[in-house]
Design a protein around this ligand. Structure first.
Ligand SMILES: *Cc1c(COP(=O)(O)O)cnc(C)c1O
Length: 372
């Protein structure tokens, strides 16, 4: 059960928000508006400035997060817009373990002398805040991708603010259902809506949310000037995804807990990372700060990369593919990506979907028994 937000719970907001007021014969669902231009005389003359289908999606995400939401063409589009105002030479503190493309983007900008990028263990609050002295921005990802580390969100956000650094939280893995970083003191929250929010592996979309009106206006301006605008079909599909987001998360995280426990007891498994395990380093923080432990887990197998590759090659109910957050359970060996060089070669990341837990377990057990 999620905590109430302004009277209603997330399960209800996901279904009631982003709709037009009821009118006789008016559609229940927001129409998919396909238009690049609008009749003159209003506030949105051209579609790079806005679209009623995005607005509905943004209302729903904003209601769930408790802020003003601005949608983008992808998660990276939202990230690029947020980073737009880092001053030349400004310091950005980011996690050592975080989504690989955001790390690559910041490294490229640092290599080009546009900013200074300092990597820290984001689960170590003291170290992270020490690096924030004089910094322009603290980039928080929690839980982290792919190791599922859990940061002390409130301590980091409030500490960063005190030091004059902008606190930005990539909350993609937690979704607006399991944590609300704005309440913990974040300046900006972002999601790759490609993942759990969309939920069906059929679109790319990003969204940034802030409770600061001027910051939201600036994000809209950057979107308009740099063209990181979402497609209206994507926004429509993602809004449809939001309607079932709480249900999908509830189902998937219940399954993730069972799989994590069974994997922990499996002889071919060396270690499991899942915040729902009482032995996990992130367990206590997640239990205190989150409304659930999420649908992502990671585990290392004995036998190194060959064994891990054999598992990926032999699954039949799970799907061997990258990405996460869809109704289908995905598995991949994360270190196959050059940008994940620091990750153990035998680490498998699983995005748990909504299939039956016993079918997933039977498939995983069989795959783990397949010789490399
Ligand atoms: C996928 C992802 C992104 C990037 O989002 P896109 O929609 O692929 O551009 C950012 N952060 C995290 C944690 C992600 O998983």
């Amino acid at each position: 059960m999620t905590r109430a937000r302004g009277g209603l719970r997330a399960e209800t907001i996901a279904i009631t928000s982003g709709r037009e007021p009821p009118l006789p014969d008016g559609p229940l669902n927001v129409p998919l508006v396909l238009a690049s231009s609008f009749h003159a005389g209003g506030s949105t003359p051209y579609a790079r400035e806005g679209n009623p289908t995005w607005t509905a999606f943004e209302q729903a995400v904003g209601a769930l997060e408790g802020g003003d939401a601005v949608s983008f063409s992808s998660g990276m589009g939202a990230i690029a817009a947020i980073l737009e105002d880092v001053p030349l030479g400004g310091r950005v503190v980011l996690p050592t373990v975080a989504y690989m493309e955001v790390r690559s983007l910041l490294r490229q900008r640092a290599d080009a002398d546009r900013l200074e990028a300092v990597q820290v263990d984001i689960t170590d609050t003291e170290v992270a805040l020490h690096a924030c002295e004089g910094a322009a921005l603290l980039w928080i990802e929690s839980p982290t991708n792919p190791l599922l580390g859990v940061a002390d969100m409130a301590a980091l956000c409030q500490g960063a603010r005190r030091l004059g650094a902008l606190a930005v939280v990539d909350s993609t893995l937690a979704t607006p259902i399991l944590q609300r970083p704005l309440t913990a003191g974040a300046d900006v929250v972002l999601h790759s809506a490609t993942k759990f929010i969309g939920g069906h592996s059929d679109l790319l979309l990003g969204v940034a949310i802030t409770s600061d009106e001027r910051r939201a206006a600036r994000l809209r301006q950057v979107r308009e000037m740099t063209g990181g605008t979402p497609g209206s079909l994507e926004a429509w599909l993602a809004l449809r995804g939001i309607r079932t987001l709480p249900l999908r998360i509830a189902q998937a995280q219940t399954t993730a807990q069972v799989l994590a426990e069974r994997l922990s007891a499996h002889p071919a498994v060396v270690s499991v990372r899942y915040p729902g395990l009482s032995t996990d380093p992130g367990h206590q923080r997640a239990a205190r700060d989150m409304d659930g432990f999420g649908a992502m887990l990671a585990f290392e197998v004995s036998g190194g990369a060959p064994r891990a590759d054999a598992v990926c090659a032999s699954v039949r109910v799970l799907t061997h593919a990258t990405s996460l957050g869809g109704v289908e359970t995905l598995i991949e060996r994360r270190a196959r990506w050059p940008a994940e060089a620091g990750i153990s070669p035998s680490l498998l990341r699983v995005s748990v979907g909504c299939e039956h837990v016993e079918d997933l377990w039977t498939d995983l057990e069989r795959a783990l028994a397949t010789p490399p």
